[in-house]
Design a protein around this ligand. Sequence first.
Ligand code: UD1
Length: 390
Amino acid sequence: MMSAPPIPGPIVCVVGARPNYMKMAPLFRAFALRAELPRAVLIHTGQHYDVAMNERLFADLEMPAPDRNLEVGSGTHAVQTAEVMRRFEPAVDELRPGCVVVVGDVNSTLACSLVAVKKGIPVVHVEAGLRSFDRAMPEEINRILTDQMADLLYTTERAAADNLLREGIPGERIRFVGNVMIDSLLRHRQRAPVPADTLAQAGLPRSVVEGAAGYGVVTLHRPSNVDDAGTLREALAVLREVARRLPLVWPVHPRARANIDRFGLAGALDGVAITLLPPQGYLEMVGLMANARLVLTDSGGIQEETTALAVPCLTMRDNTERPITVEQGTNTLVGRDLARALACVDAIVAGGGKRGRTPELWDGHAADRIAADLSAWLGLSDRQRLAVNS
Ligand code: UD1
């Protein structure tokens, strides 16, 4: 008699920083819904540790508290990456995962993939194949190396497969499934508070977002914009001019906040219609974006969310790893080019600006497709598992 195939160890799901949570939440839910899959274990590396950057987002996303928190905290890239590896390895030795699922492009994504692959544990990368072709971005290095190590690569847009094939990754590992971040957006959008309530919650006047002209939302945190006094000053100059046309609301990332103070630039925001907020919860952020006239950002995920929300996005970068948001969505790259930014703002204020369409498979079901595919890949289709159990 043939012996039943071994049931694999748990699916270890890794999160480290804020943009990981909205990607992992739908995956974790989808894994739990498939009875044939082994149990999913959630490990937080602790790369982000503020309550505002963590617990509130987990609650908003209806994600259970992590099974473990490795509490690595901040550090240089080398220290942070190494510390995640040091702390993730014993967890892997103990749990003996059937596979490790990583999302996105943060330092934790790279570090945990490297630990797993050297132990012969399959690495599953969700949001694979995105490329900015800008190696000065730490995330670009993380993306390239994680994809080289991954056994299964799930992509959000078709161009990603071309990038991966060019880097020598075998086509049979690559699966186009859509965008798990949009799964979260579509699931939770109806629960988002109205922007005026978010302002009131922060002790600010509701009128900031209730004017007839509407308002814009700002997010900035990329080292290329905020880590150098000169570039940060330029970015703030763009915001000041935009704010003359449209009041702006800016939930400030800790990195940007620290650098505004360090470079003595707080004065650049005096006397202009820019309202600063602390980092917001997921639902508050969705509410702010969904009702905005425009969003000014250097975030990756927000380029996608604004496309799905059909809100014009001006990306303060010279490149994007998410070209579909420019080609099909509402995104325009403006860098820190004041004239370009103002031309877009004027067009948006006058006539609504760029209208996009929703990209293929950004339909709220990407995580279900991944769970089904992973199940088959692990050899755990329903029929096989029934055979195992009988
Ligand atoms: C990281 C990710 C980036 C992601 C961003 C979202 C990498 C290389 N970068 O960048 O891709 O878009 O998260 O936020 O992984 N800090 C706090 N509280 C926290 C976390 C950080 O105050 O909970 C402060 C610390 O001073 C820290 C700084 O923010 O030094 C930057 O944090 P870090 O995790 O190093 O990178 P991010 O800029 O957040």
